[in-house]
Design a protein around this ligand. Structure first.
Ligand code: AQP
Length: 332
């Protein structure tokens, strides 16, 4: 059976981008056809300036929202990264496999480190090495597939390179995984700036739809989405990024192709109205279930405990094999 691993960082409240680009695929497809592991990757949230209490709160909220979105603990394994030591154990071995040049070429590192420096902050070393920890997250479970949005494709490519290199140097240890991207909404853009990705940690929140936004707020954000000059509804990422983003969101919510959906609209207003209603319809059950789960924190704890136990059992032999292969003496 195909093994799948994917994760989400508790750096902010989950967004429509996370939902359409990743979580919905996990819920509707992955957990039914594969041995799927989903992880709240809390260690990754420490790579930028963070508030400890907020990370703890957002980790719980992310796990609760994933269950609310439809992850079923009877069908998949849901856990928190820092509850399973194998991730950091393996990460160091992969740091000894990667080169610093490789790390500095990562687009997210270049963008985020530039942002940090521009605001006078210092760049944490972990921001540079975090793709290696992500590789460890994936390789520890011998995952075959990694369902991700487009922004993570480069990191999965790095994971593949590290797996191949390690296997060549030290003998076959890791499965070489591949990224699986959704066919639409692989990169949902910020509604207020459709040339930049809708990211949950971004400071400007006016163009970001959060899964727990009140319906009126969702409606307002979509109705105020920046559209393009011209008035025709045309699907073209280059020349019409705003309208194209709305068409992608609508298509991801109701099905169909964004190009064909465009033919049914003669004004931006109608497209925005339909997109807002489609998003609200998609998020309504998630919000309702989230409220129910918040009333039962013991259930969420139990799911995460069982998930971490299974994750540990799966990761341990692979990480132990990597320790042996790279030349470390086993404990007596
Ligand atoms: N806008 C998006 N469109 C499609 N997919 C997306 N994903 C994230 N944003 C979009 C996918 O969701 C999964 C989890 O994402 P993440 O937690 O790694 O990243 P984030 O939500 O983008 O969080 P941040 O902290 O705001 O990250 P940065 O600062 O990197 O933008 C992934 O599969 C991701 O592809």
């Amino acid at each position: 059976m195909t093994r799948i691993f994917s994760g989400i960082k508790p750096t902010g409240h989950l967004t429509l981008g996370n939902h359409l680009g990743a979580v919905r695929q996990w819920v509707d497809v992955d957990q039914h056809k594969s041995d799927a592991l989903f992880c709240v990757v809390d260690l990754h949230a420490l790579t930028v300036d963070h508030d400890p209490a907020r990370v703890r709160r957002l980790s719980r909220q992310a796990a609760t929202l994933l269950l609310a979105a439809g992850l079923d603990p009877a069908r998949c394994t849901l856990f928190v990264q820092s509850h399973v030591d194998e991730h950091t154990r393996l990460s160091y071995l992969l740091e000894c496999t990667a080169s610093d040049g490789e790390m500095r070429r990562m687009i997210q590192y270049k963008e985020k480190s530039a942002r940090e420096r521009a605001t006078g902050g210092s760049v944490r070393l972990s921001l540079l090495t975090y793709p290696v920890l992500m590789a460890a997250d994936i390789l520890a479970y011998s995952a075959d597939e990694v369902p991700v949005g487009d922004d993570q494709a480069q990191h999965v490519e790095l994971t593949r390179d590290l797996a191949v290199r390690f296997n060549q140097r030290y003998g076959h240890t890791f499965t070489v995984p591949k990224a699986v991207l959704p066919s639409v909404a692989a990169r949902v853009m910020d509604l207020a700036d459709p040339t930049s990705k809708m990211g949950k940690s971004h400071a400007e929140t006016g163009g970001i739809v959060y899964l727990l936004d009140e319906p009126e707020v969702v409606r307002r954000k979509i109705m105020r989405a920046v559209t393009d000059s011209g008035s025709e509804v045309v699907y073209d990422r280059e020349t019409r990024p705003g309208v194209t983003n709305l068409l992608e969101i609508l298509a991801a919510c109701i099905g169909g192709s964004p190009v064909e959906l465009a033919e049914g609209y003669s004004s931006y207003g109608a497209l925005k109205r339909d997109t807002a209603e489609a998003v609200l319809e998609l998020l309504r059950p998630v919000r309702e279930r989230h409220a129910e789960l918040c009333a039962d924190p013991g259930y969420v704890d139990a799911v995460l405990r069982t998930g971490a136990e299974r994750a540990r059992t799966l990761a341990r032999p692979t990480v132990d094999a990597a320790y042996a292969a790279i030349g470390l003496m086993p404990p007596a």
